[in-house]
Design a protein around this ligand. Sequence first.
Ligand SMILES: [Zn+2]
Length: 255
Amino acid sequence: MRGSLEKVKLFLLAWTARIAIRALGEIRAILDRGHGHAHHALDDVIRLKEIMEDLGVFGRLNPHGSSFDKKVKVACGDGSHFLDLVLHDFLLAVRRGSKKIIQHFVALNGGALALSESLCTQEDEMFSPIRDDLVVLNHIRKALAIKQVNDVVLSIHWPCGVAELHHLSLLDQIEHLVAAKERLKSLAGQHGFPVDLKVVCEVHFARYDELTGRYVRKTYHVSATKWRAQKDEVVRRFTEANGGVASVVTETVVA
Ligand SMILES: [Zn+2]
């Protein structure tokens, strides 16, 4: 009797898992169709990613860091990619056996780009008179207090519609991301930010694969220290590999 009950339980579990996996697949397919624009600068971006990985600027995420389970995450609200960010974090946390996950999103246009002071103080009729950077800082501070955590993950993504609005290359995006981290870190222990504030940077890529007709999504950790040390070398190598053109303009049109 007990054995047959266990069999029924296992059957129900497998059945539920199958429905969940199918639903996830359908969600992914809807996200893929929702995008639907050509990526003109794709080759450049792949080349740049390789250089970044080679020089240690882009690296693997650390699923054992505290910021995986307890964090405030600043991410772009782009609906084509946001769900992937959330699912990705939860799946990695579950994989490492986390029993409790605390995360709070601050999701405005551009994600961490909105925290870059130089970007938000430009003369730009679309963004004035509201200072997005101050709004984001205030929301990070509130979210840290609400969730009682000290870790912030600053995230940007490619392709990003906001980057395009500002005519930012991927290199520009990384520079603004690192500047945002340095700015936030400098506020530790001030204006209500915790003394032991920890800030981690990430970049999320969604690359359209012509062969499969699906998006390949990947998130990298971005080392601010390595970027500061290797930025000139990144630009030099990329320029050399790219026939003398230094800028990777985000040509993709994103809804
Ligand atoms: Zn975006």
